[in-house]
Design a protein around this ligand. Structure first.
Ligand code: DGL
Length: 270
């Protein structure tokens, strides 16, 4: 039994998309979420910069006394998972690429034409191809970098023609030329535009992984006998820039008013 909180982080607000399922599935667990809204997006930065930012966030979460770190960001999972594991050898670190690759390996076959949408860094890391190959070597995937999506989502430009045009700009040719029938949301911001994608491409199957990520957390807690037996803290949310949109998105994603959520500013730039 371990009543310490679990630390989640993302480059911005995307990682919040896994929190509702987390709260529903493991309601006794307390959460500390950090969104690096002042420095988002990470997806076009160098791996060295991402590693440095990740170390700063890891230090912050560990100082807050977390029992586990969840990298709720594909870009960081692709570049800095080992950096965190090496820095905190006693704290389990769960990334999002392995759980997403598990969903792909379990639900797709070699006949599926799979397209993975992600940031530039995630695409150029080849992390998805590597993880999927480990789980099912017959499955082939195509990847596409969609760098304009995260800044638009962070701005709250979602239910909007600009978002639809941007999605079409990236996906129309990709889907046609590669005959894509399955699209993987390889960035934790993208579930926030899943409805736009569904409307634009109603016949395409969408894969996202927040359930699988929570299952990976549950397995890790079980392995270590580290479940919490009661809610010891209220969930706490931190951001390096408390933009109006970040606060509004927390309210939207969690379905609660900002006054009932514990939202704080935390600058990690040193
Ligand atoms: N949510 C992050 C991911 O899953 C977005 C990265 C970014 O900031 O570009 O990759």
């Amino acid at each position: 039994m371990d009543n310490r909180p679990i630390g989640f982080f993302d480059s911005g607000l995307g990682g919040l998309t896994s929190i509702p399922h987390m709260i529903k599935t493991l309601p006794n667990e307390s959460i500390i979420f950090f969104g690096d809204t002042a420095r988002t997006p990470y997806g076009s930065k160098s791996p060295e910069t991402i590693k440095l930012f990740t170390e700063q966030i890891g230090d912050f979460l560990v100082n807050e006394g977390v029992k586990m770190i969840v990298i709720a960001c594909n870009t960081v999972s692709a570049t800095a998972l080992e950096t965190l594991r090496n820095r905190f050898p006693d704290i389990p670190v769960v990334g999002v690429i392995s759980p997403t690759a598990r969903v792909i390996a379990n639900t797709c076959t070699k006949h599926d034409k799979i397209g993975i949408m992600a940031t530039k860094v995630t695409v150029s890391s080849g992390a998805y191809e590597k993880k999927i190959k480990e789980k099912n070597s017959e499955i082939r995937v195509n990847t596409i970098a969609c760098p304009a999506l995260v800044p638009l989502i962070e701005e709250g430009i979602i239910d909007n023609q600009i978002m639809d045009l941007t999605l079409k700009y990236y996906l129309d040719d990709f889907i046609t030329t590669k005959n894509i029938d399955t699209l993987v949301l390889g960035c934790t911001h993208y579930p926030l535009v899943a409805e736009n994608i569904r409307k634009l491409y109603p016949d395409i199957k969408l894969i996202s992984s927040s359930k699988e990520v929570v299952e990976a957390i549950r397995i890790e807690l079980e392995k270590r006998d580290a479940f919490s037996d009661r809610k010891a803290f209220d969930n706490r949310f931190f951001a390096s820039d408390l933009s109006e949109n970040f606060v509004r998105m927390i309210e939207t994603i969690l379905g609660e008013d900002k006054d009932s959520l514990n939202i704080n500013f935390k600058n990690l730039d040193i």
